[in-house]
Design a protein around this ligand. Structure first.
Ligand code: MG
Length: 309
């Protein structure tokens, strides 16, 4: 079932309210690497069952990632996903044309999207990385310093995927050559130059005042403007996801490949699910949507209260 119905709903979100008198049980924001995608293989096979549940219930699935637009677009196509998406740790928000029935102030148009740019330009980040490096006296190796081959080696991506990962606009992933160098000193130097560092599942990322949470809040405001009250949920695995998890009603954290959950999270109502990456993602979606009711009408499935998770 579902695919045609979901397409109709997602391409015309107003259909939730006008066609069926209600709306989906929630909007789900998700990280990719180490969360929906396996940290090593970048596959989502273990999450297929949960993806089917979301599709059946027409839950908007908003990808919120450190990946580039060039990386996200093929994945959205593969997933048959037509919802907005957030790239490069909140650097930009892409909303398909016509998704909302109102104009988006501050957005630009291009390639079938309304685009809200929130991050600084990539050249500014590259200059900032060099200045921080000079300040702390430790070599910082960004994607802009690496060949496609080295990015492929560092990430485990195929060379053509590494090429997509290097097409950056708002966020510079980097490694610290001297791993003994405390990150705090690098953070402090970045702050002096008006930049911030967020830590993902594999790299540190240099950004300019953006994070996943800011972009999520902008998008949640759009959904609420369009539909009124909406319930939101988020799934992540690393500290760079904490702002996203803090922005939603139902935050979930999956386990890391090395075991256990990322530490340092202070997100109210956080549910730490069992399962690494996409296995944990499936667990989170099942907790979110509740046991399958057998009812074909997705509108009958309410989100569980946090106390039941
Ligand atoms: Mg991650």
């Amino acid at each position: 079932m579902g695919l045609r119905r979901q397409r109709a709903v997602i391409d015309r979100p107003d259909g939730f309210s006008r066609g069926r008198g209600s709306r989906p049980p929630c909007i789900l924001f998700t990280d990719l690497d180490g969360t929906l995608l396996d940290a090593d293989t970048y596959r989502y096979d273990a999450a297929r069952r949960a993806l089917d549940r979301l599709r059946d219930q027409a839950v908007p699935l908003v990808i919120c990632t450190s990946k580039t637009r060039a990386e996200v677009e093929p994945l959205r196509m593969e997933l048959d996903n037509h919802d907005p998406f957030i790239v490069e740790n909140g650097g930009a928000l892409y909303i398909p044309d016509g998704y909302f029935n109102f104009t988006l102030p501050g957005s630009s148009t291009g390639d079938g999207y309304r685009v809200i740019e929130m991050g600084a330009s990539y050249p500014r980040l590259r200059r900032g990385l060099r200045r921080i490096e000079e300040q702390v006296g430790v070599s910082l190796v960004g994607f802009g310093d690496m060949t496609v081959g080295r990015v492929a080696q560092a990430t485990g991506l195929a060379p053509f995927e590494a090429d997509l990962a290097r097409q950056r606009e708002y966020d510079e992933p980097f490694l610290v050559e001297d791993r003994c160098m405390p990150l705090q000193g690098i953070r402090e130097a970045a702050r002096q130059f008006g930049l911030t560092i967020v830590s993902g599942s594999r790299f540190h990322h240099l950004v300019c005042g953006t994070d996943k949470g800011g972009a999520c809040r902008v998008l949640i405001a759009c959904y609420r403007k369009e539909w009124g009250t909406v319930s939101t949920a988020g799934i992540g695995d690393s500290p760079s996801d904490f702002p996203m998890l803090a922005a939603v009603d139902r935050p979930f954290l999956v386990e890391r490949p090395e075991g256990g959950h990322a530490e340092g999270v202070g997100v109210e109502g956080l549910t730490r699910v069992r399962g690494i990456g996409p296995a944990g993602w499936t667990e989170a979606v099942m907790k979110l949507l509740g046991p399958r009711s057998g009812q074909p009408d997705f509108l009958l499935v309410p989100p569980l209260p946090p106390s039941m998770c």
